[in-house]
Design a protein around this ligand. Structure first.
Ligand code: SF4
Length: 409
């Protein structure tokens, strides 16, 4: 077989990285430019978009160092038994590509993951060398390194000193699923590695005994990814696990990645992918738990089947099930209750709290502030507005459910 060029490797190893959700913006279908034509596509060259800790949307070169892997995780296209074309970048090739893309203003950072070659330490060392070489060459862009949990603590520490963010994939919602679908992985070891990252970060945040600030360790924190739909775990289990991870390891984000059937997939996996809406609802529920003070049991319970409602978002589902808590008076209610109104995000609530000091607010005022009045109308009272019988209407839920397109086949 002819020797691969760096462009060939880039095409292969950026495509192989697309299953990693830990940095991608999602929710839209991408238009490819494999034929070399078309404007605006970033899929061909491995550029993805992510949100930096300060909220900026940044472009990252998202690649695998290699798609060779000695592990055989059933859900992964790069597993040892998979019949895919393989490639491997050298350390210098990744450094060169990142630097050149950065100089041309194509990217603002690097997201680097990898299959495991030889051993966890060998692979992690190569990845760390890439990031160290970039920093030594003056690279100030964002670096997100996917950390291999079995790698030595010294390597993880070196990684955190050059990367902005570290992530360790928890892989699946339950330990039993990890043991069955990724037999070489140890769920306890994965959590230990997350704990080590948290403790090391806290350690570096303290001043040294001379009072000097120490080097920054993974300043953008750590994140993880959970695959949804490859096993039978319900949404209550998934969100329960995510809540524990946020609490115990101080994670910045848990990314939910809907399982997509892969070529040559293992017989133990489902043949069809879960609805993408499930992934979306999990993100919405995750947001409610972190920023809206909802308890897990308010959003999803095992008694109710353990699954989120796919037809309406979780906050609306809660409001519909708790109509006795409404209507909420936008001019008098406390912040905690305003946050529970469908159509009101955290920013809108802050704006309402500030603006109502100047005088009573009507629905038009809230619309101008950016509130989704259509969603909120039945659940609030405001100047000149009362929902009257809307809350008791038998078809209230149906008003929010979009009609489904009938399947032709
Ligand atoms: S270790 Fe990572 S790259 Fe290797 S098979 Fe498992 S998920 Fe895939």
């Amino acid at each position: 077989m002819a020797k691969m060029t760096i462009q060939d490797k880039l095409a292969l190893l950026s495509d192989a990285a697309k299953y990693d959700a830990s940095c991608a913006s999602s929710g839209t279908s991408k238009r490819g430019s494999r034929d070399g034509t078309g404007l605006g596509s970033t899929t061909g060259s491995g550029i993805c978009h992510a949100y930096a800790p300060d909220g900026r949307c940044i472009s990252l070169l998202k690649i695998l160092m290699t798609n060779y892997c000695v592990y055989d995780c059933a859900y992964c296209v790069n597993r040892a038994s998979s019949n895919v074309l393989r490639a491997r970048f050298t350390v210098d090739e990744v450094v060169w590509l990142t630097t050149e893309f950065y100089r041309r203003n194509y990217i603002e950072g690097l997201f680097l993951s990898s299959g495991i070659i030889k051993s966890s330490d060998y692979t992690m060392e190569e990845m760390v060398r890439i990031a160290e070489k970039l920093r030594a060459g003056g690279f100030r862009g964002y670096v997100h390194l996917k950390t291999i949990p079995e790698a030595s603590p010294e390597l993880i520490e070196r990684a955190g000193l050059v990367a902005d963010r570290l992530s360790i994939n928890v892989e699946l919602p339950t330990d039993a699923s990890v043991r069955s679908l990724a037999p070489e992985k140890d769920p306890v070891g994965i959590r230990k590695a997350m704990g080590k990252v948290r403790l090391t970060k806290e350690d570096y945040a303290e001043r040294s005994f001379t009072g000097r600030r120490r080097a920054k360790f993974a300043p953008a924190g750590q994140s993880t990814q959970m695959i949804v739909g490859a096993d039978a775990a319900d949404d209550a289990t998934i969100l329960g696990n995510a809540s524990r991870l946020y609490g115990a390891y101080g994670l910045k984000r848990v990314y939910y990645s809907a399982f997509s059937p892969i070529p040559d997939s293992s017989a133990v996996l489902p043949l069809i992918d879960p609805p993408l809406m499930r992934e979306h609802r999990l993100y919405q529920a995750d947001w409610l738990l972190r920023f809206y003070d909802f308890e897990l049991g308010e959003i999803v319970t095992r008694d109710a089947g353990g699954m989120l409602d796919l037809d309406v978002d979780p906050k609306l589902a809660w409001a519909l099930a708790n109509r006795d808590r409404f209507p909420v008076d936008v001019n008098r209610a406390e912040k905690a209750m305003l946050l529970r109104v469908p159509g009101f995000g955290t920013k809108i609530v802050d704006r309402i709290l500030k603006a109502r000091r100047q005088g009573a607010l009507g629905l038009e005022d809230i619309r101008r502030m950016g509130g989704r009045v259509k969603a909120a109308r039945a659940f609030v009272t405001a100047k000149g507005h009362h929902p009257s019988g809307a809350l008791d209407a038998a078809d209230l839920r149906a008003r929010f459910v979009k009609p489904k397109q009938m399947e032709l086949f």
